[in-house]
Design a protein around this ligand. Structure first.
Ligand SMILES: NC(=O)c1ccc[n+]([C@@H]2O[C@H](COP(=O)([O-])OP(=O)(O)OC[C@H]3O[C@@H](n4cnc5c(N)ncnc54)[C@H](O)[C@@H]3O)[C@@H](O)[C@H]2O)c1
Length: 327
């Protein structure tokens, strides 16, 4: 297929682009590199450095695309509370421009990066796709709005749409000379932050709250390896069907507390990771664990690297050799 990948210079989009190319698809990456990296661009993909809002320049009626995978977004939940307009404009208005262009160009299918943040404080665990959607931050709200627009587009115009709701994505894609990993600036995710502390680039790690109703008082999250997540996108492309909006959670169904993650980082790296307990962050649910039963049943998705150890080991290799520049 000829595919457009928005956000293909970012962490997850770059890994999915790699797998799509390896599977024989032709890929055009749309990414203006606002938070992505030129080094993460696949050499065998075409790169168009334009803003998502201008996507109609690429998705023209004659462009011949068979599908779009849509990753481009701003992703920092904390920032979305202090600069909400940036998130509504980029994540929601940008996605609506994409949906308009997809319709005008007659592109039959679209796979969207949604998030566990759409659920807010879960009322049931593990969380199924049917759970109440009540985001506690603007980031989650901007993504839920796009999910709803995709449902309408499928009903109104026959789009074959799939939303994949990722839980906490971790690890790195390592294959021969290719290494694609997490490089958010500023970094807000626990594993890369803990690795920066282990590598001596950061003095200590802050744990936000240790009085949650969990085994050790710190928040529980469900981690998924980026390579496992990426494979789900190829399955979703195949499963997409005309006039339907399908929604799948993607996680491993196992929760780990922040302290358990830090302990695993100490074990894998062999370095100390000093922590400091800071106040709870507004909008952080105590526990987020996915039920990915639907993705397993309908997409035939199976994680190959479900352990925290594998995810941290791969991320550590990426950090030492590519992010820190010290093999
Ligand atoms: N990382 C996670 O744990 C996680 C969890 C749930 C959902 N997601 C979703 O997955 C997607 C990818 O996340 P990521 O971690 O790879 O983020 P990332 O920041 O590494 O990648 C996003 C990419 O999109 C590009 N981009 C953003 N806005 C753009 C615009 N207006 N025009 C052109 N390019 C633009 C950026 O330059 C960047 O390369 C996002 O939609 C995010 O909401 C990520």
């Amino acid at each position: 297929m000829r595919l457009l990948v928005t956000g293909g210079a970012g962490f997850i989009g770059s890994v999915v682009t790699r797998l799509l190319l390896d599977a024989g698809h032709e890929v055009v990456v749309l990414d203006d590199l606002r938070t992505g990296y030129r080094e993460a661009l696949a050499p065998d993909a075409t790169h168009v450095a334009i803003d998502l809002h201008d996507v109609a320049q690429v998705l023209t009626p004659r462009s011949g695309f068979d599908g779009v995978l849509h990753f481009a977004a701003l992703i920092a939940a904390g920032e979305s509370m202090v600069a909400p307009e940036r998130y509504w404009h980029n994540n929601t208005v940008g996605s609506l421009a994409l949906i308009d262009a997809v319709r005008a160009a007659g592109v039959p299918r679209l796979v969207f990066s949604s998030t566990a943040a759409v659920y807010g404080n879960p009322t049931e665990l593990p969380i199924p796709e049917t759970a109440v959607k009540a985001p506690t931050n603007t980031y989650g709200a901007t993504k839920l709005a796009v999910d709803m627009a995709l449902t309408s587009e499928a009903i109104g115009h026959g789009l074959a749409a799939v939303s994949l709701r990722y839980f906490n994505v971790a690890g790195a894609y390592l294959d021969g000379d290719t290494a694609l990993g997490e490089r958010h600036e500023p970094e807000t995710h626990l594993i890369p932050l803990a690795l920066e502390v282990a590598a001596g680039r950061r003095e200590k790690l802050q744990l936000f709250g240790d009085d949650y109703p969990t085994v050790d008082g710190t928040c529980v999250r469900d981690y998924i390896h980026v390579a496992d997540l990426a494979r789900a996108h190829l399955l979703a492309l195949d499963a997409a069907s005309t006039g339907q909006h399908r929604v799948y959670n993607l996680g491993n169904g196992n929760g780990f507390t922040n302290r358990q993650v830090v302990e695993a980082v100490r074990e894998v790296t062999g370095h100390p990771v000093p922590v400091e307990v800071a106040p709870r962050r507004e909008g952080d649910p105590a526990e987020l664990v996915a039920s990915a039963a639907l993705a397993r049943a309908e997409l035939g998705w199976e994680p190959r690297k479900p352990t925290l150890h594998d995810m941290i080991s791969d991320a550590w290799v990426f950090h030492r050799t590519h992010r820190l520049g010290q093999p």
